[in-house]
Design a binder for this molecule. Structure first.
Ligand code: SOE
Length: 388
């Protein structure tokens, strides 16, 4: 049997996304026979006590307290960046110049200019690169893509997508890094609307122009930090100004003539992770809701009259991409499996030297849409998407 290529991973960061990525690396070989397998070699974090504990808890062989050291190590093949957005560019460029393959959490960068430099660095250094838009890899979303590609919906006319959360509804939730422009760039827009933009690009096509609005409802919050997951704790008692959006709404036109309506907010009480879309074509429609991620609702206009209506497909069978690797039909999978599925593509990509989608080309296109929405909200007018 041919020896499996081992990909030694160095991950920068180790909290919420770090936990999801760690679990994916360790569990991937249970389910998939990829051309290369990940080895959890080292993580890095500034606080030695915390990063040491995280390495032990999540099964990493070693740790560093300086990410640059991780990049310098010759026993690391792949750098995985789960650090806050303001450090993505410096880390990606350093890792690319060190010849490391790279996966970076979304959004790729703080600006289009940074994203362009990051793409240039990975292409110049010929390293494999991906951006972690994990929701593409829910089997139901992959199956939606299959149906659209097979022409089962006909020409696509509409997408309406919402990404609704409520973890910062409490005005006493602290001013953590996801709420500070200098660290995150934009608030809800880059944090979760970026996912809706990626799903729209994956399922409908390229954006041509947008018109949008953004709003900050809670203008100041107590200073504090994340404590893991989406929890935070107040530190001291000072208040700080919130300089990022709580909510964004925008419309879009696509190259194929389709129209899009999008909304994202982290103040929609009762919606914990409401990443949802509906797509309408000439022949039918599909609906997906992350909070019910195994199911895809489908409607086909050619169904017999009297029997027409949305029906629910439980995408847990071998006909549904990635699903067959897990359990028998109906034994549903979860959020963490979207990362496992994405990482199988990454492992096969590294083994063949090809950057699977979504990669930094997608990350840059996503960044251009985010920028156009910000510009549109300022100008209160339509803004064209900068062409590649
Ligand atoms: C917070 O909004 C967050 O953790 C996002 O940053 C992730 O990308 C999303 O998958 C879940 O919610």
């Amino acid at each position: 049997m041919n020896e499996k290529k081992q990909i030694r991973v160095g991950m920068i960061g180790y909290k919420f996304m770090g936990k999801a990525h760690s679990l994916a690396y360790r569990n991937l070989p249970f389910y998939f026979d990829t051309d290369a397998i990940p080895i959890t070699q080292a993580i890095s974090g500034r606080n030695e006590e915390n990063v040491k504990q995280a390495a032990e808890k999540m099964g990493w062989a070693s740790y560093e307290t300086d990410w640059r050291r991780l990049i310098e190590r010759d026993d690391i093949d792949l750098i995985d960046i789960v650090a806050p957005n303001d450090s993505h560019a410096e880390m990606v460029i350093a890792a690319a110049e060190a010849g490391k393959h790279i996966i970076c959490e979304k959004p790729l960068a703080m600006t289009v200019e940074q994203a362009e430099r990051m793409l240039e660095a990975v292409e110049k250094n010929k390293v494999v690169h991906m951006i972690c838009h994990n929701y593409r890899f829910a089997p139901a979303v992959q199956f939606a893509k299959k149906l659209i590609k097979e022409g089962r919906l006909g020409k696509i006319r509409h997408i309406r997508a919402t990404y609704l959360q409520d973890w910062i509804m409490d005005p006493n939730f602290p001013l953590t890094w996801r709420l500070r422009k200098d660290v995150t760039g934009t608030g809800t827009l880059g944090d979760i609307a970026a996912h809706s933009i990626d799903l729209a690009r994956f399922l409908v096509g390229e954006f041509t122009e947008v018109v949008g609005m953004m709003e900050t409802f809670i203008k100041e919050r107590p200073i504090g930090e994340m404590t893991g997951g989406l929890s935070g704790k107040v530190e001291g008692g000072e208040m700080g100004e919130v300089d990022v959006d709580d909510a964004a709404a925008f419309m879009a036109r696509f190259e194929n003539g389709a129209l899009g309506v999008f909304e994202a907010t982290r103040l929609a009480g009762g919606n914990r992770n409401g990443n949802r879309f509906e797509i309408n074509g000439e022949l039918g429609s599909i609906r997906w809701d992350m909070e019910n991620m195994n199911n895809l609702q489908v409607y086909f206009d050619q169904d017999e009259h009297g029997l027409q209506g949305f029906r629910t497909i439980n995408c847990t069978e071998e006909y549904h991409p990635f699903a067959g690797a897990y359990w028998p039909a109906g034994h549903i999978i979860g959020y963490e499996h979207t990362f496992i599925n994405l990482f199988t593509e990454l492992m096969n990509g590294i083994a063949t030297g090809k950057s699977p989608e979504p990669n930094f080309v997608d990350g840059l296109k996503n960044q251009k849409v985010l920028h156009a929405i910000e510009e549109s909200a300022k100008k209160k007018s339509w803004v064209e998407i900068e062409r590649s």
